[in-house]
Design a protein around this ligand. Structure first.
Ligand code: DC
Length: 218
């Protein structure tokens, strides 16, 4: 395995923005694992899998679900779904289906394989705890619910989605509870992760802070 910088944190904490900047600065590859869960969830919904489906229903549907990154796009069974996966609905279903064991197992190798040949900045919910427990550096990026809801609202409206700011805030709180409260690979701070609270900080501030820590080394 090559060098991995692992970043976890709740929805809207700014993980993708920061992870992309760090990856670019260091010349590492960037892995957005939320995009993988979103693409899988999109296909499960398309296949008519219900939120309360049994594992026996999930497994054959997952066999028809191939997700991969290519040239900055996320491909679902060969088709670019980079835009569709950004909808609030895709985020909701990703959060629901990601609590299921067959779904997490389905995505384990694609995530670990990403670090076989390239140094990696990987972000998600269980990068520091489950997927890359021996990562070179670990971060837990957090921010207040209000700040995360504000950022998510701006992000979704800039992508052209119709949004209701109050609903976004409720969605974030619901997602926090689901992603942190589940039995399998829940979102939590790893003992050896450095916590960065980005509330009130600019992107540049957070980026510099993380880069300084990385430069000092583990
Ligand atoms: O980071 P995001 O909002 O794109 O992630 C969407 C959902 O996917 C998130 O609510 C929980 C799930 N997820 C996960 O369970 N594990 C990861 N490593 C990444 C995302």
């Amino acid at each position: 395995m090559k060098k991995v910088i692992a970043i976890d944190g709740p929805s809207g904490a700014g993980k993708s923005t920061i992870a992309k900047l760090v990856a670019k600065e260091l010349g590492y590859k960037y892995l957005d694992t939320g995009a993988l869960y979103r693409a899988v969830a999109l296909n499960l919904v398309r296949l008519g899998v219900r939120e309360d489906a049994s594992d026996e229903e999930l497994i054959p549907a997952l066999e028809k679900t191939k997700v991969e990154f290519r040239k900055g796009m996320i491909l679902l069974n060969g088709d670019d779904v980079s835009r569709e996966i950004r909808s609030p609905e895709a985020g909701h279903y990703a959060s629901v289906f990601s609590a299921r064991k067959p779904v997490r197992e389905h995505l384990m190798s694609v995530q670990r394989d990403a670090a076989l040949h390239s140094d990696l900045v990987a972000e998600g919910r269980d990068m520091t705890t489950v997927v890359f427990p021996s990562a070179h550096m670990k971060f837990y990026l957090d921010a207040s619910v209000e700040e995360r809801a504000r950022r998510r609202t701006l992000e979704l409206s800039s992508r052209g989605f119709a949004i209701d700011a109050d609903k976004i805030r409720l969605d974030i709180m619901e997602r926090d509870a689901r992603d942190s409260g589940r039995d399998l690979a829940p979102l939590k701070k790893a003992d050896d992760a450095q916590v960065i609270d980005s509330t009130g900080l600019s992107v540049d501030n957070v980026f510099r802070k993380i880069l300084d820590i990385i430069k000092k080394g583990p």
